[in-house]
Design a protein around this ligand. Structure first.
Ligand SMILES: Nc1ncnc2c1ncn2[C@@H]1O[C@H](COP(=O)(O)OP(=O)(O)O)[C@@H](O)[C@H]1O
Ligand SMILES: [Mg+2]
Length: 481
């Protein structure tokens, strides 16, 4: 894997190469053409001046013109050629007069052809005879009819070897290249530092994340900036914090689960052991003892009933808590519902010498919205508790009142009550204020936990109030139809 640092440095380096190369090539080309343009300009001027000089004296012979051409060429270090309208060379600084007639016709030289139609004709050529590159500049001249020579001349052409320009541009090219290489090296060094600086916090985050990955959840990335890198650092820190709290929660849930399992096995074991004990005693001979056999059998039965109640509640609570409990909500008449419950509790209340009063203040046709079966379980548990934890001659009052769009149902008793320190815990699974009493009256410790879950599934909550020795009241509301 290439690190961000390497990638950044490489990109900078590539960019520097492209930039330096581009600038070098462009500037060299530009400088070359600038020099050439200037040279052409100079030559053009010189051509004008030289022609003026040559044609100033109308009495000059061809020989004298040629001598002058040679002299000027010697001073100016350039070759001068005079050409007539037919392309014939009539004077040339490099050719003696007597050999002029053998010089090739110049009419079709590119610079001469150009000079026919344009103010100036330019060409660069490699001269095979001299073995060098030459720049040729030709100009058409206005002939002077009074002057024999000038009448004949139609073009003046100057040429210089290009070496000078070429050597100067190659010098400049070399300088540019040297500067370019130095710039490239500098840019690369600077980019190493810049990318190191820019990626430092990223590298730090990467290292921290690696440590977190290998299990060190106490790793905390220092936030050094407010930019995107800082945001990443902050996000990772938050993620780790969340992970830590999730783990804490998971551990807590795991502890609650194993506690519950411990409670369950303990709760189940108690009636099973009792049952085993009574049956064993009976088998060991007590069955034939008419004074105890019946009571032992009855006690065995009580424990079997308890076991059954416990299993029923356990199944209920596990269904509720795992979300498997399917609720079926519909509207039903609250008065019918309560009357049916009253019927079923008359006997139990009588047995406990508790007066059971139902005070339904709702209209006969008032309907509530909920799961009738599950609400029946709620009422059973609440009334069962109100009777069980009551005192002889006590009273249980079940009320139903309409209250702004809801029906409030209350179960009030005049029983033993619950001390404030227990109030917050009575809805926990297996929590009992008085273990012995609960067991004695056949409680499982799961009733109020089931009540709480069911009422909450109706988007409501149970309100419990109690004063020890006086009694308690449990209330919840249902949506009115
Ligand atoms: N009406 C009440 N009066 C006094 N104590 C109550 C009442 N209802 C519940 N409790 C207390 O709350 C505990 C939990 O109730 P519950 O979950 O129904 O379990 P249990 O099976 O013991 O009745 C009971 O053991 C009891 O101590
Ligand atoms: Mg109960």
């Amino acid at each position: 894997m290439k690190s961000i640092r390497t990638k950044t440095t490489l990109s900078y380096a590539v960019l520097a190469i492209l930039l330096v190369a581009g600038i070098s090539v462009l500037s060299t080309l530009k400088i070359e053409s600038y020099f050439k343009d200037r040279l052409v300009d100079d030559l053009s001027h010189q051509a004008d001046l030289i022609f003026l000089f040559l044609s100033s004296d109308s009495s000059l012979s061809f020989q004298e013109i040629n001598d002058r051409v040679k002299a000027v060429s010697g001073i100016e270090k350039l070759r001068i050629t005079l050409i007539d309208a037919d392309g014939k060379v009539i004077a040339d600084s490099d050719v003696p007069v007597d050999r002029l007639s053998s010089v090739e016709n110049h009419l079709h030289r590119p610079e001469v052809q150009q000079a026919l139609t344009q103010p100036i004709g330019v060409d660069t050529r490699h001269s095979v005879t001299v073995g060098r590159d030459f720049l040729y500049v030709a100009k058409a001249v206005i002939s002077n009819p009074k002057n024999g020579f000038s009448r004949a001349a139609r073009f003046i052409r100057l040429s210089v070897p290009l070496e000078d320009v070429q050597s100067r541009t190659s010098e400049i090219r070399f300088t540019i290249l040297t500067v370019g290489v130095i710039a490239f090296i500098l840019i690369t060094i600077v980019s190493v530092f810049i990318s190191r600086h820019v990626t430092r916090s990223m590298v730090q985050i990467a290292r921290s994340v690696e440590r977190i990955r290998t299990g060190n959840l106490d790793e905390h990335i220092p936030i050094t900036s407010d930019d995107e890198v800082g945001q990443v650092a902050r996000a990772v820190n938050e993620l780790v914090d969340k992970l830590k709290s999730d783990i804490v929660q998971l551990k807590r849930l795991e502890r609650v689960r194993s506690e519950f399992l411990g409670n369950v096995s303990h709760e189940l074991r108690t009636p099973i052991f009792a049952l085993q004990g009574f049956l064993e005693t009976l088998l060991n001979g007590a069955v034939n003892d008419p004074t105890v056999n019946r009571s032992f059998l009855e006690k065995a039965q009580v424990n079997a009933t308890r076991l059954n109640a416990l299993l029923t509640d356990l199944i209920n609570i596990s269904q509720i808590e795992s979300g498997e409990m399917l609720m079926s909500f519909r509207f039903f008449r609250i008065n019918d519902f309560l009357r049916a419950i009253e019927q079923d509790f008359v006997q139990a209340a009588k047995q406990k010498q508790v007066t059971l009063v139902f005070d339904a203040q709702c209209g006969e046709s008032t309907e509530v919205y909920g799961d009738r079966e599950r609400l029946r379980q709620v009422m059973d548990n609440l009334i069962d508790n109100a009777i069980k934890y009551n005192t002889p001659e006590g009273e249980v009052l079940v009320t139903s009142v309409e209250k702004n769009g809801t029906v409030e149902i209350g179960v009030k008793d005049t029983g033993v009550g619950i001390a404030p320190e227990h109030m917050s815990r009575i809805f926990e699974r297996f929590y009992r204020v008085d273990k012995d009493r609960s067991r004695e009256v056949g409680g499982t410790g799961l009733g109020l936990a089931i009540v709480k879950h069911i009422v909450e599934a109706h988007e409501s909550s149970v309100d419990a109030q109690s004063s020890p020795g006086k009694g308690s009241i449990f209330r919840f509301t249902l949506r009115k139809g």
